[in-house]
Design a protein around this ligand. Structure first.
Ligand SMILES: [Zn+2]
Length: 413
């Protein structure tokens, strides 16, 4: 665990925040700082076919050590951190043998990580926690994933008695701004399937995510002097309000959970003449998802008919899709991960993601890619932390998946 800890602490101290406003890849130059270090390290531990392309996508191989025909599998993590919170000058704190009480992250600013608010903390009593100093995020999302994959590969190299097929690993920039999979060369990666190590709590295993779309509702009004406006003025602001009132009022993020989908209005602006509503649609179920899109158009059609002119325009853009339809036909890839967790003493927590992952994009690019826990909590903010023991478990799960993939294959023969 020493190596795991020192590796992780080194990575989080390197600022790799991505930037959604940039058009380059990686979106920030500073991501190269960690990328180059990772390449050096992959060479050092003895990985082969280590490559980094002009966009900072890193790939490497661990050759098969068996004569059996074993499918090539992959593990993927991202090395950028969220633009939502500072990742500059991260000063991680290591708390050994956590006593289950409040953790003062920052005395001067009185920033406290408390189990009264973050209840998950309680399950880690007695473990080693890595936290922030209260001024930055930690970057366990997803440097924990990166650390775990490298450490697992090193373990397999040091333990040649564990039989495995060819393993590919991939590290990407810019996941946090939704572009991690965009320039990922699936054919160069050459794996039959892969796992992103980018989940949270120990045991998480995810192969379902939202279907996602974004919509812009444009409303055209008519400004007339308010004193002479009767039957003439169309107030775009009022109309925007009417439009929103016709959406199902309980199907919003703050009132839904599990597999329940929603409409989420996240931006609105307007004058009498023009108003614009921006919202997103999320639903695990494809039929319900499509029905939500239809509803957006149906409300517009109704209001346009009422006004006998086109006052409302709807533009919908698909964002990502539920990977389930790509994973279900190859469900053994989930079963192997589940069995691996059980073999290392973890109870798998299988639940639909209320969001998307790079794995969902990769699945539709031809690389089925469920998501596995990396161990961290409270991502994208100053309360982020990760238990070292969870990271250790993730390493064991990776090793076990490699082992089981080879073992399962030999059973088939
Ligand atoms: Zn992540």
């Amino acid at each position: 665990m020493e190596k795991l800890l020192s590796r992780f602490l080194e990575y989080v101290k390197i600022d790799t925040q991505s930037n959604p406003k940039s058009n380059t890849t990686p979106s920030t130059d500073k991501q190269w700082n960690l990328a180059k270090k990772l390449v050096t390290e992959l060479h050092q531990i003895g990985m082969t076919e280590v490559t980094i392309d002009e966009n900072a996508y890193i790939m490497a191989s661990l050759p098969s050590n068996t004569k059996k025909e074993v499918p090539t599998i992959g593990f993927i993590a991202h090395f950028d951190t969220s633009p939502d919170f500072s990742g500059f000058n991260v000063r991680p704190k290591v708390i050994e043998n956590y006593d289950g009480k409040d953790i003062v992250l920052n005395t001067t600013r009185n920033i406290v990580l408390s189990p009264d608010y973050f209840e998950d903390l309680r399950q880690y009593k007695g473990q080693t926690l890595i936290t922030t100093d209260g001024t930055t995020l930690l970057g366990a999302d997803d440097k924990a994933g990166v650390t775990e994959i490298i450490t697992a590969m090193e373990y397999l190299i040091e333990h040649p008695e564990i039989e495995h097929g060819k393993i590919r690993i991939g590290f990407t920039p810019d996941e946090e701004i939704g572009r991690g999979a965009h320039k990922f060369d699936v054919s160069k990666f050459g794996a039959e399937w892969a796992y992103t190590m980018d989940g949270s709590q120990v045991g998480e295993l995810e192969y379902e995510n939202f279907n996602a779309a974004g919509a812009t509702i444009s409303i055209k009004g008519k400004s007339v002097h308010p004193g002479y406006a009767k039957n003439k003025m169309i107030n775009a602001i009022t109309l925007a309000n009417t439009y929103l009132s016709l959406l199902p009022q309980n199907e919003v993020p703050e009132k839904t959970t599990g597999r329940e989908g929603f409409f989420h209005v996240h931006h609105i602006e307007g004058t009498i003449e023009n108003a614009q509503i921006e919202l997103i649609i999320r639903d695990h179920d494809l039929e319900h998802f499509n029905a939500r899109k239809e509803l957006l158009n149906a409300i517009a059609n109704k209001l346009n008919a009422d006004f006998k002119e086109k006052v409302i325009g709807v533009e919908i853009k698909d964002q990502y899709r539920n990977m389930r339809e790509k994973v279900e036909p190859v469900f053994h890839i989930v079963s192997i991960a589940e069995a691996a967790m059980q073999e290392v003493g973890i109870t798998p927590i299988i639940k639909p993601i209320r969001g998307g992952t790079d794995g969902s994009q990769l699945s539709f690019m031809g690389l089925p890619c469920p998501n596995i826990f990396a161990g961290g909590h409270n991502f994208h903010g100053k309360y982020e932390y990760v238990p070292l023991e969870s990271m250790q478990k993730a390493v064991e799960v990776i090793v076990k998946i490699c082992e089981l993939t080879a073992r399962n294959r030999s059973k088939d023969e």
